[in-house]
Design a protein around this ligand. Structure first.
Ligand SMILES: NC(=O)c1ccc[n+]([C@@H]2O[C@H](COP(=O)([O-])OP(=O)(O)OC[C@H]3O[C@@H](n4cnc5c(N)ncnc54)[C@H](OP(=O)(O)O)[C@@H]3O)[C@@H](O)[C@H]2O)c1
Length: 262
């Protein structure tokens, strides 16, 4: 019996990186999983490899999310767990040269996409008599970067709209935890630190030590190694499972001790 045996889990952004690891881990723990992404090719590959169900969906579009959630709930026979993972940064322009279009696009992806997912799934969690929502925030929600550190990050500081949207996700989580308690719906946030996904590793020719942001995080983290996708997936499994049945309204930093070190 896996730790998620019998759970019906919906995951956004499950085709690469952290989400892909999460789909595989949840299936491995005995859950039935439906996930979305925009790229059908990559989605189909993950579905074939894991046995999870893939649905095409753009989380910035409320109707697209509603369609995905309804189709997933029908396929799985209901929902017990929702993981709002899809996210990222649409642009990388540095402050104060932030184009309005980039600001809006990243807020749309991270904050609005998370809200649409939680809103559409809420009635299904109510119908199940409770459940667990996990939103994926970021260390960026609380990490200020001065000019001295920017050099060590190779200029790869997340832009202001990314930081603002992730901090807002934590605020949304607190609101939903407040509203969910009476219905047995737990809502928690995970703040990954820098996680070395295959996509990021590819930028550095597969050499983790060559990652231009590594000097910054090696200094910042208490644990002197890269964060891996499974580090985040393991934390999500805990919050999705009944092992965390008395945990709600919490932020779990999965960052090698970076926040503790600040
Ligand atoms: N990696 C890190 O260091 C790190 C650190 C802190 C927080 N995070 C957060 O962790 C989450 C996953 O990050 P990651 O590094 O694993 O990213 P990733 O490898 O770029 O994966 C993003 C996933 O979301 C999907 N996606 C992107 N835009 C979407 C949209 N509009 N609608 C539906 N799906 C969409 C992507 O598929 P398609 O492109 O095909 O849609 C993909 O499946 C994000 O919320 C990110 O902000 C990551």
């Amino acid at each position: 019996m896996g730790r998620l045996a019998g759970k019906r889990i919906l995951i956004t952004g499950g085709s690469t990186g952290i989400g892909e690891a999460l789909v595989a881990r949840c299936v491995g723990e005995g859950a039935r999983v439906a996930f979305c992404a925009r790229s059908a090719e990559q989605g189909a590959a993950v579905a074939a490899a894991t046995g999870a169900d893939y649905f095409a969906c753009d989380v910035t579009d409320a109707e697209s999310v509603r369609g995905f959630v309804e189709a997933a709930a029908e396929r799985l026979g209901g929902l017990d767990v929702v993981v709002a993972n899809a996210g990222g940064s649409v642009g990388f322009a540095q402050w104060p040269d932030t184009p309005v279009a980039e600001w809006r696009a990243t807020i749309d992806l991270n904050l609005n996409g998370t809200m649409f997912t939680c809103q559409s799934a809420w009635p299904h969690l109510r119908a199940a008599g409770g459940g667990s929502i996990v939103v994926i925030s970021s260390l960026s929600a609380v990490m200020a970067v001065g000019r001295d550190q920017l050099g060590k990050m190779g200029g790869m500081q997340p832009p202001p709209e990314y930081q603002a949207s992730k901090a807002a996700i934590d605020g949304l989580m607190i609101h939903l935890a407040g509203r969910g308690g009476e219905h047995g719906i737990r809502v928690n946030s995970i703040r990954p630190g820098r996680i070395l996904t295959d996509k990021l590793l590819g930028l550095f020719g597969g050499d983790a030590e060559a990652a231009i942001f590594w000097p910054h995080y090696r200094e910042l983290q208490l644990l002197k190694r890269h964060g891996h996708v499974d580090d985040v997936a393991h934390a999500v499994v805990f919050l999705a499972s009944d092992e965390s049945a008395f945990v709600t309204g919490q932020i779990l930093n999965v960052d090698g001790g970076a926040v503790a070190h600040l």
